[in-house]
Design a protein around this ligand. Structure first.
Ligand code: AMP
Length: 282
């Protein structure tokens, strides 16, 4: 497995692979890789001849008061995980390689990026779409892999790819959880012992909401109120949002029908965590 920080080197490798007629899968990440990321890489290795993992903490998707400077990084551990999963190339650029000092071009979706996390993080999805577009142009993969853990991000990327006619198949992969239910996240490392226990309210609320829907409940207010009550009972938790939306458009709904995304963002102390479930109503 190779690691490079150079766009030119990635391009050279891609050209060589294309010449050989090999298919390429891309797994975009911000590094500090865990089992959730590994599940994406595993799937990409199964479905492609070659797999590229990008490992880049993208500055333009962080808001001014967010955790860009403290975001965890460990490229040596990431290399080991990628190697053991069977990836072929890690692209680990410096911010200067990705962004010229006078960089001024952005890719932005409307609507689908406005609700949920878009309310609290108004420039986040513009940063995500811009960096993912750049990665798509650099690697030109056949398929790209994203986690349902970031369900709104997946909807935003699918919309961007459709609207801009990008010839790339977007593959969504299920949420990987810790044994006790907490969704795996690089940000879990911020949690103290006490906060780690408190963070279980997110997955508890997810499982409770899902069970209500499985039992036939379709009243959004009832489901969301029940989930909010569970979370609010935890003193260390502060709700940013708990909402039910259409899973593709991310538009709010009042009665559950079709593919429904129930998503939440909750502060545990100062750490903002997200979780969700998707349910298809029959
Ligand atoms: P990140 O490094 O947090 O930007 O995540 C990179 C990719 O891994 C995104 O597509 C995430 O949705 C995905 N991912 C992160 N955590 C998980 C998880 N627990 N389960 C599945 N996918 C995940």
């Amino acid at each position: 497995m190779e690691l490079t920080g150079s766009i030119e080197e990635v391009r050279k490798q891609m050209k060589a692979w294309r010449k050989e007629g090999l298919s390429v899968g891309l797994v975009p990440t911000m590094g500090y890789l865990h089992e959730g990321h590994k599940s994406l890489i595993d799937r990409a290795v199964k479905e492609n001849d070659k797999v590229v993992v990008s490992d880049f903490v993208n500055p333009i998707q962080f808001g001014v008061n967010e955790d860009l400077s403290t975001y965890p990084r460990d490229i040596e551990a990431d290399k080991k995980l990628c190697e053991s999963a069977g990836a072929d190339l890690i692209f680990h650029p410096a911010p200067e390689e990705m962004y010229a000092p006078d960089f001024s071009t952005f890719v932005e979706t409307e609507g689908v990026s406005a609700g949920l996390c878009g309310k609290t993080r108004p420039t986040h999805f513009r940063g995500v779409c811009t960096v993912v577009s750049k990665l798509f142009h650099i690697v030109m993969p056949d398929k790209a892999y994203f986690g349902e853990k970031d369900a709104q991000q997946l909807a935003v990327i699918r919309r961007m790819v459709r609207d801009l006619n990008m010839d790339i198949e977007i593959v969504g992969c299920p949420i990987v959880r810790e044994e006790d239910g907490l969704a795996k996240s690089s940000r879990n490392t911020y949690l103290s012992g006490e906060e780690r226990k408190a963070a279980l309210v997110l997955s508890k609320a997810v499982f409770a909401g899902k069970e209500m829907m499985e039992q036939g409940e379709r009243d959004v207010l009832k489901i969301v109120s029940h989930m909010k009550a569970l979370i609010s009972a935890e003193p260390l938790a502060k709700i940013d949002y708990v909402e039910m939306v259409d899973a593709d458009s991310i538009e709010p709904i009042s009665v559950a029908q079709g593919r429904v995304l129930t998503a939440m963002a909750v502060y545990i102390g100062t750490t903002r965590l997200i979780d969700n479930f998707i349910f298809t109503c029959s």
